[in-house]
Design a protein around this ligand. Structure first.
Ligand code: NAD
Length: 251
């Protein structure tokens, strides 16, 4: 950990009354869920085009069996606990140091760690929704896991169930809220995202065009490193320990 960079982050955060955090898959690797673009991510092992050709709304509608064969292998996350990083963000929210978390993650770990003000723009993999509009009932992933058929059907009406996550080709959830939160921030901290996925990456870009206080904490490069006031490279340390140290120095 570079102590001088941490001091810089602490002085920026200490003078902020509205710090918003944007998180991506990298914050959950420390909880045991692999990211997409990191070393072991599926974009590296399977190829981005192949993944995108399956995890999209038209494949789901045309060929739900193909969709689910893949989805159940890759996105049926094992039950994991929030990492230290998730817990630190929840704790910092309680202390008033973080106002909101806008996340691309679908694992629900921020909420599980106790964060209250979370905008999950890609939805939540823990929930499924019946695609028959007149029904529209929600089910837990635990219940869906018990369904033996590859394509799960609604126990009430027989409609196909869809994971409550945003597939390629679908609009994100909470677009206006997420953008407003980010643009109103005094300081924006991005954690564990390569900032490749739009529109969230676009919001971060827009923020940095108007304001300077962008902090990035990531393992490896991101698309916005050049615009960051401070970039903390996670390296051999962990994001959880870095956040813990920042919180300690904030006193
Ligand atoms: P990404 O895979 O594009 O980028 C993750 C970044 O985090 C990479 O730069 C990686 O090097 C970095 N990273 C890995 N471990 C880290 C650590 N311990 N600390 C800090 N940084 C670390 O992720 P993304 O930008 O969020 O986009 C991927 C898309 O895939 C998103 O849309 C997301 O919805 C989805 N996704 C979600 C999950 C999840 O919910 N946990 C997991 C995989 C993918």
């Amino acid at each position: 950990m570079d102590s001088k960079l941490l001091d810089q982050v602490v002085s920026v955060l200490a003078s902020s009354n509205n710090t918003v955090v944007v998180t991506g898959a990298g914050i959950s690797t420390e909880a045991g869920i692999p990211d997409f673009r990191g070393e072991k991510g599926i974009y590296r092992t399977m190829g981005e085009d192949r993944v995108m050709s399956i995890i999209n709304i038209s494949t789901f509608q045309r060929d739900p069996k193909r969709f689910y064969e893949f989805y159940r292998q890759v996105f049926d996350f094992p039950p994991v606990e929030p990492s230290l990083a998730h817990k630190m963000l929840a704790d910092m929210e309680k202390k008033g140091r973080v106002k909101a978390v806008v996340t691309q993650n679908i694992d629900g770990l921020h909420e599980k760690a106790g964060s209250k003000n979370v905008i999950a723009v890609h939805g939540n993999a823990d929930r499924f929704i019946c695609t028959r509009r007149r029904c529209g009932k929600y089910y837990s992933s635990d219940l869906v896991r018990e369904i033996k058929e590859i394509v799960p059907e609604c126990p009430e009406c027989g409609g196909i169930l869809k994971p409550d996550v945003v597939l390629f080709g679908e609009p994100i959830q909470g677009y206006i809220d997420a953008r407003e939160r980010i643009m109103a921030a005094r300081v924006l901290v991005v954690i564990g995202s390569s900032l490749t996925v739009y529109p969230l990456a676009g919001f971060v870009k827009e923020f940095s065009t108007f304001y300077q206080d962008l902090i990035i904490i990531n393992k490896g490069p991101t698309h916005m490193d050049h615009a960051a006031l401070v970039k903390i490279e996670v390296g051999d340390s962990s994001t959880g320990k870095i956040l813990q140290e920042i919180d300690r120095r904030l006193g």
